[in-house]
Ligand binder design. Sequence first.
Ligand code: FMN
Ligand code: SF4
Ligand code: SF4
Length: 270
Amino acid sequence: MIVFFSGTGNTKMAAQMIAELTGDRLLDLGAAYKAGDFDIHVTQGEDLGIVFPVYRWSTPRIVDEFFRKASFVTNDGKAFAPGYSYAVDVYGYFPGAEVKYLEKLMSSRFGISFDATFEVPSVANCIYVSNPPRAERQKEQIAKEAETVIDVARAVSLHSNRREAKGNLLGQLLSKATGTEEKPRPINQFRVDLTRCVSCSTCEKLCPTNTIVMENGHPAWQGGDCTECLACVHLCPAEAIDYGSISKGRRRYANPLLKTDKKEHESVGI
Ligand SMILES: Cc1cc2nc3c(=O)[nH]c(=O)nc-3n(C[C@H](O)[C@H](O)[C@H](O)COP(=O)(O)O)c2cc1C
Ligand code: SF4
Ligand code: SF4
């Protein structure tokens, strides 16, 4: 089983490619979280892969919360012991110690440590840090992501013990500050331009944490559960949502998979 979380599709692309190349099946953590379904049905001894985007040199809040609440439900009723387990982080700038953080959580919660770990470069979508790249650069970066993922999938198929997710020095240092239990919940940053919003409810449907509710035909952000995936900002078809004022005039980004896969991603919530 490959458990993945994705906001703007880069991680979904990686997880789907690994699933296709290894013949494994997928669990969309965002869709499960949105539905409040924390049971992970597994066959004893099957492979377990966790594929996630790097946020602030750590794991996304939703990934932490999901695994804190989740239970592995096995076919033999015994505690789940995967035959082979691995983690893949998908990053946009540079990685840190996020895999180490996730491993600590998986080890303390389920006694699972990873046999292999990988880092995959992708397109940076953090619109309050940088303007997402131009289309041509996006294509190059997605091609690089695909090339790296093919190599990762080969290693996974061979049950390799490559432990490659180490981050760079700066990332590791930054992880010390950000790899904490409490992660940002930035709902007061979101702004909707009512003159642009077409009341389509896409933002409400795609929000994995049910933070967005439609009020009088427009989105409102509520509760403390936002995972900062920025899917609402990037995927609003009218580009009506901003993150403070810093995202104004910046490009919106979605992995091409989400454009070709619109029906499916709407139904699963990303
Ligand atoms: C809130 C936030 C924080 C991020 N922090 C980092 C980071 O610390 N290091 C990094 O390399 N990329 C960072 N990124 C970029 C994402 O990891 C990258 O764009 C990833 O491909 C997004 O995956 P997705 O398309 O599946 O959502 C961040 C993105 C967001 C939204
Ligand atoms: S996705 Fe955009 S246009 Fe649609 S309801 Fe939300 S803010 Fe309005
Ligand atoms: S409110 Fe926006 S950024 Fe926060 S979890 Fe929902 S879709 Fe993601």
